[in-house]
Design a protein around this ligand. Sequence first.
Ligand SMILES: Cc1cc2nc3c(=O)[nH]c(=O)nc-3n(C[C@H](O)[C@H](O)[C@H](O)COP(=O)(O)OP(=O)(O)OC[C@H]3O[C@@H](n4cnc5c(N)ncnc54)[C@H](O)[C@@H]3O)c2cc1C
Ligand SMILES: *[C@@H]1O[C@H](CO)[C@@H](O)[C@H](O)[C@H]1NC(C)=O
Ligand SMILES: *[C@@H]1O[C@H](CO)[C@@H](O)[C@H](O)[C@H]1NC(C)=O
Ligand SMILES: *[C@@H]1O[C@H](CO)[C@@H](O)[C@H](O)[C@H]1NC(C)=O
Ligand SMILES: *[C@@H]1O[C@H](CO)[C@@H](O)[C@H](O)[C@H]1NC(C)=O
Ligand SMILES: *[C@@H]1O[C@H](CO)[C@@H](O)[C@H](O)[C@H]1NC(C)=O
Length: 533
Amino acid sequence: MKTSSIALLVLFHIILSLASSFATPNSIHENFLQCLSLHSDPSIPIFTPNTSSYSSILQFSVRNLRFSTPTTPKPELIITALHESHVQAAVICSRKYALQLRIRSGGHDYEGLSYASDVPFVIVDLLNLQSVSVDAEKGTAWVQTGATTGQLYHNIAMKSKTYGFPAGICPTVGIGGHFSGGGYGTLLRKYGLAADHIVDARLVNVDGKILDRKSMGEDLFWSIRGGGGASFGVVLSFKINLVPVPPTVTVFRFNKNLEEGAAALVERWQYVADKLPQDLFIRIVITVENSTQREERTIQASFQALFLGGVDKLIPIMEQGFPELGLTHANCTELSWIQSVLYFAGFPINVSSDVLVDRTPLNPLDYFKAKSDYVTEPISETGLEGIWKRLLEENRPRLTLSPYGGRMSEISESALPFPHRVGNIYKIQHMVFWREKGLKASREHIAWMRRLFRYLIPYVSKFPRSAYLNYRDLDLGQSKNGTASYSEAKAWGIKYFKNNFDRLVKVKSKVDPDNFFRNEQSIPTIPSWGKKN
Ligand SMILES: Cc1cc2nc3c(=O)[nH]c(=O)nc-3n(C[C@H](O)[C@H](O)[C@H](O)COP(=O)(O)OP(=O)(O)OC[C@H]3O[C@@H](n4cnc5c(N)ncnc54)[C@H](O)[C@@H]3O)c2cc1C
Ligand SMILES: *[C@@H]1O[C@H](CO)[C@@H](O)[C@H](O)[C@H]1NC(C)=O
Ligand SMILES: *[C@@H]1O[C@H](CO)[C@@H](O)[C@H](O)[C@H]1NC(C)=O
Ligand SMILES: *[C@@H]1O[C@H](CO)[C@@H](O)[C@H](O)[C@H]1NC(C)=O
Ligand SMILES: *[C@@H]1O[C@H](CO)[C@@H](O)[C@H](O)[C@H]1NC(C)=O
Ligand SMILES: *[C@@H]1O[C@H](CO)[C@@H](O)[C@H](O)[C@H]1NC(C)=O
């Protein structure tokens, strides 16, 4: 090659590298991709908006249609990590190029925070990290955060008939968000939360390093068991202690509408639900029946129960504790624990638990808005009447009343960031679903939800009006770019975490002082707090 053409080539390279160092969106993109290949291996799956499967990958784990519209902001790219090292590369490179990183496990976040953001962002999607390894001898399991609760339950059942796990009812919920935000289901009164049974974890920190319980220290390990993972790092996997379940459990579902006396039963339930033996969990799901024929509409209360034992033991407990329900043998079904999981998930009880492994939801997706409340004093009859009246204004509202007490009352409020323990009779989950497209419909249904929420002020917990992190609600307060000050973040922080909020801020300030891991409702940093012991 002639000297002149070599010079030309060198010049060409200089121009190229100069061009790519300008901070145009495209060059950030290029540099980011280069960074990924530098810190990873060629197998790292990257989907840009130009990749044909980008949309289907993005949609796959969306559970709320409100955040899947043409105007929903989309990620610059999606990394569907196959190895832990791919997650490390995603953290290192998005930090280097100041792109916000959204972490998605199951995508069930009620406000879509794991896959939508108003600022430029990338997604690290953990759905391929879904291995579950159960040690039935020791009664433990390591579960990767991209697995679902259904995959966990199925894997436990394949290995053991005597162990179960106290996590959520819906089998498509991801372990990553669910466990790091608390996580509860039908075993709540007997065993507490999923987070109460975590004994170790692997996490990618802000420097891209992998830490376990020992190397992260007890403060950070405490934070990711109820404080939400997304403020602290990417949790790769959790080690859990399984819990014993009896060979036979009993379930019932007992539906009553207002004409059949539902109101009095709901009222009565509030006095017994948290006091019944902790082997018995009776929740109420309240919906509107015959919602399309306005004049025939009524409220339906569905009493749904799991009892850890046989029906012969359950009937006397019900006769003594809640005779008003009039439960008989004929209303009950005896099952194995894994069948009860299928039953609550809405599957026929005679199918194989293989169906729990499927990540596709059983029902078609909806638009929805949700909120939560804790109830510490029974709501009066007139209070309940006002609730029925408001529910009857909507087509598809749903209130789920989940009883507390039992094990939940034995665990201290500061044991984990999740503070809702003794003193709560039950939790309400308010939901409203719709299928009409567009902002107008969203605005109307959300406005209805906010009216109901205002109506409930006198009847629910106060100072703070507490809320469950996993039922995320941006109405409680938010920062669009994730840079809320301490006092701004207190708006939601105190509601989700009560007195544990300050400890979370302290840990956050220490492990992520520059606030890389952030979102609309993340834990804020106070630099000086991070330096204190
Ligand atoms: C249909 C449905 C049923 C539900 N049923 C229950 C129930 O029975 N009990 C209950 O307690 N809750 C229930 N939930 C709420 C559920 O627990 C929360 O939405 C939970 O946060 C979802 O976790 P995910 O991984 O699926 O969601 P994602 O949207 O992936 O994540 C939720 C949040 O956690 C963060 N995150 C996710 N993975 C990680 C990770 N690996 N490391 C760090 N941060 C992470 C995300 O960035 C986001 O902020 C239900 C939700 C839905 C939609
Ligand atoms: C995507 O494709 C468009 C045109 O097809 C092109 O202009 C753009 O640069 C591409 N973007 C990336 C990130 O490759
Ligand atoms: C409960 O069982 C009885 C029969 O013993 C039946 O008449 C009643 O309809 C059942 N109730 C419900 C709500 O399923
Ligand atoms: C609901 O509608 C069906 C048929 O339209 C009717 O048979 C039933 O009685 C209605 N239920 C109530 C509680 O009104
Ligand atoms: C389960 O039960 C239903 C009805 O009770 C029956 O139609 C179906 O064939 C059963 N399925 C299996 C796999 O046994
Ligand atoms: C975030 O938003 C706030 C208020 O809108 C603004 O003052 C601040 O500069 C923004 N910070 C960043 C890092 O974008």
